[in-house]
Design a protein around this ligand. Structure first.
Ligand code: ATP
Length: 247
């Protein structure tokens, strides 16, 4: 990574736009994320959070605009960009018939790890997401929270500097939510992390910055403390921003 890339931020999004036919789901979104930042991506259902994250992760082509990870354009240099990225998509991991251990081993192989290094990485990812107890169970037989954690383990396998996590605590019980938040906090100093969430307390608990979007547009981009500086609760701020946009 060059010095100029380091100064630019590990994530750089400029004018990102996605149209589905005549409908604009993401509308000129721009922001950058530096190492050490945990950005909470907030917005009502259908605001464009997952679509933005999918474009950033190179899983969906933008209609306009660019996204770069560690300076690498996700459309022009997808392999280089994805090497530096861990992505937790919405929902459950694919390959439901595979066991947790086999799935993670398969992901590690695709990431280019072999031998003892691959074994070590799979074991470490399972330990960090507390999956050892279900390591031999087929993914399709797991509860929603466990499936989520398999997805998270897959995103962490290669220790990427950038993490894009779409609702990482969705479906987890309170103890597991706590564990995942602790894990995100522990990794934060070394990485640039974006998490989408509907849980406003999560933003105060783990995020250094909050970006609120509605109807595909960024409505606020500030620290959680700045958003509630006038004495309102995070819920009140969220409602006034997003209901205003829907009017
Ligand atoms: N493949 C697609 N084809 C057509 N419309 C789509 C497609 N994917 C997303 N959309 C629409 O784009 C808008 C944004 O969806 P998106 O999933 O990004 O929202 P979100 O903020 O992640 O919502 P949620 O909080 O419910 O997960 C929605 O209106 C959705 O119906």
């Amino acid at each position: 990574m060059s010095e100029s890339t380091e100064n630019q931020g590990l994530i750089e999004i400029e004018g990102l736009t996605k149209r589905f036919g005549g409908f604009t789901a993401v509308d000129g979104v721009s922001f950058s994320v530096q190492r050490g930042e945990v950005v909470g991506f907030l917005g009502p259902n259908g605001a464009g959070k997952s679509t933005t994250m999918r474009m950033l992760a190179g899983f969906m082509l933008p209609s306009e605009g660019t996204a770069r990870i560690c300076g690498e354009d996700v459309v022009k240099r997808p392999v280089a960009a994805k090497r530096n990225l861990g992505f937790l998509p919405e929902g459950a991991p694919t390959y439901p018939e595979m066991s947790v251990a086999d799935f993670l081993d398969f992901c590690a192989r695709i990431r280019g790890f072999g031998g003892a290094e691959r074994t070590r990485r799979v074991a470490e990812a399972m330990a960090r997401t507390q999956l050892e107890g279900v390591r031999l169970q087929p993914i399709e037989t797991l509860s929603k929270g466990f499936k989520r954690r398999v997805g998270l383990a897959q995103a962490l396998l290669h220790s990427p500097p950038v993490l894009v996590l779409d609702e990482p605590t969705d479906g987890l019980d309170p103890n597991q939510k706590h564990e995942v938040r602790e894990l995100i906090r522990a990794m934060a100093p070394e990485k640039a992390i974006i998490i989408s969430t509907h849980i406003l307390e999560e933003v105060a608990a783990v995020c250094t910055r909050a970006i609120v979007i509605a109807r595909g547009r960024v409505l606020a981009d500030a620290t959680p403390a700045a958003l509630v500086a006038d004495g309102r609760s995070m819920e009140e701020v969220f409602r006034s921003l997003t209901l205003g946009a829907a009017a």
